[in-house]
Design a binder for this molecule. Structure first.
Ligand SMILES: [Zn+2]
Length: 117
């Protein structure tokens, strides 16, 4: 296994361990936790002898991080969100979890994993 593969495996294992801690929490709480962790990570990017260089390093790390996040959004949507969407059997419109009736036609929705509680 290459170093890159080992690192990718390590990332997947950590995400798998952390995900249950965030699952089911309010989106605002999830976002705040991720923002705090990201801020901790960025704070560690430092040139102790040059605060302005620290700012530059952190900005560059943040920009590179956002590029990586953007690259992962579509894949994560396809893997985690899209399979959970409720589809209207009558018209095919897709809806977020928790909606009972189709916004387009008013018919009851069919959920891929059973009706949510
Ligand atoms: Zn419908």
């Amino acid at each position: 296994m290459s170093d890159l593969s080992k690192q990718a495996y390590e990332v997947m294992e950590l995400v798998k361990a952390i995900r249950p801690l965030l699952s089911g929490r309010a989106p605002e709480v999830q976002g705040a936790v991720l923002a705090d962790l990201l801020a901790m990570w960025l704070a560690g990017h430092v040139n102790a002898n040059d605060p302005e260089d620290s700012d530059r390093i952190r900005e560059l790390a943040l920009q590179m991080h956002v590029i990586g996040v953007r690259a992962l959004i579509k894949l994560n949507y396809q893997m985690t969100v899209e399979p959970q969407l409720a589809a209207c059997a009558a018209c095919g419109a897709k809806h977020e979890i928790g909606r009972i009736r189709c916004l387009a036609c008013g018919k009851p929705l069919v959920f891929p994993h059973g009706r949510p509680n």
